[in-house]
Design a protein around this ligand. Structure first.
Ligand code: CA
Length: 235
């Protein structure tokens, strides 16, 4: 069992495609997950509150309602991780899903290894929050960020960031492992009046990558989630 939890993690799968349900029903349990299934949004919302699972895997295209409506309903009372299973042509819906509080996504067709990695990352994040420890030093491979001292090191050498670059990195560190949407980043770094200024983000992300990535053209830490936002990679 490769679960990092030491006990079974309960997962509610909300998905109308029988083939995907069958696939996950077979592949997840050997990795320490107990899978509950719902075939519609309504059933999913009901099961989420009845079972209070550790995590939800959510298809966006459901027969009775859009998956984003499920997110809104669940987020009204729970912060449980929600990983979206999206089709390739659902960029806009995907962004809406993140704005409503989805934690991550995989694009169909996805491989089980990728999904498992996303699920582990989501649970690590929950555990970190639940641990209650106010961690201030975060290490991601050769990148170390000390939020308490506001210092950034690459391979042990301190890197000097401008206030905006630091705020951008700090925001990504606070959501480490999760996708942060363009809107959310613009809001947190520049303020709510600047959520449409996508060019700010591109310019500062380039500067930041130049300072913290060994090869800014092939970023290892600050990865682009195409059409959605950025993620600070934790794995
Ligand atoms: Ca579907």
């Amino acid at each position: 069992m490769s679960s990092t939890m030491g006990h079974e993690v309960t997962v509610l799968l909300i998905e109308d495609e029988a083939e995907i349900r069958r696939f996950l029903r077979a592949t997840l349990p050997p990795h320490g997950y107990r899978v509950y299934e719902a075939v519609s949004g309504g059933e999913g919302v009901a099961q989420a509150s009845a079972r209070n699972p550790d995590m939800i895997l959510l298809d966006l295209g459901l027969p009775d309602m859009n998956g984003t409506a499920v997110i809104a309903k669940v987020r009204a009372w729970s912060t449980m991780p929600i990983i979206v299973l999206s089709a390739r042509d659902q960029e806009q819906v995907k962004v809406a899903a993140f704005d409503l509080g989805a934690d991550d996504y995989v694009t169909k067709p996805f491989g089980v290894e990728e999904l498992l990695a996303r699920m582990r990352a989501a649970m690590r994040h929950v555990n970190r929050l639940a641990g209650g420890a106010i961690e201030t030093v975060y290490t991601f491979g050769d990148l170390r960020v000390d939020l308490g001292r506001r210092q950034v090191f690459v391979s042990g050498k301190e890197v000097h960031l401008t206030p905006i670059e630091y705020k951008l990195l700090e925001t990504l560190v606070r959501y480490a492992g999760k996708v942060v949407t363009h809107r959310q980043l613009l809001k947190e770094v520049w303020g709510p009046l600047h959520v449409d200024e996508g060019q700010y983000l591109r310019v500062y992300m380039r500067q930041l990558r130049n300072k913290v990535e060994a090869d800014p053209a092939q970023p290892r830490h600050l990865v682009t989630e195409l059409g959605v936002g950025y993620r600070l990679r934790t794995e």
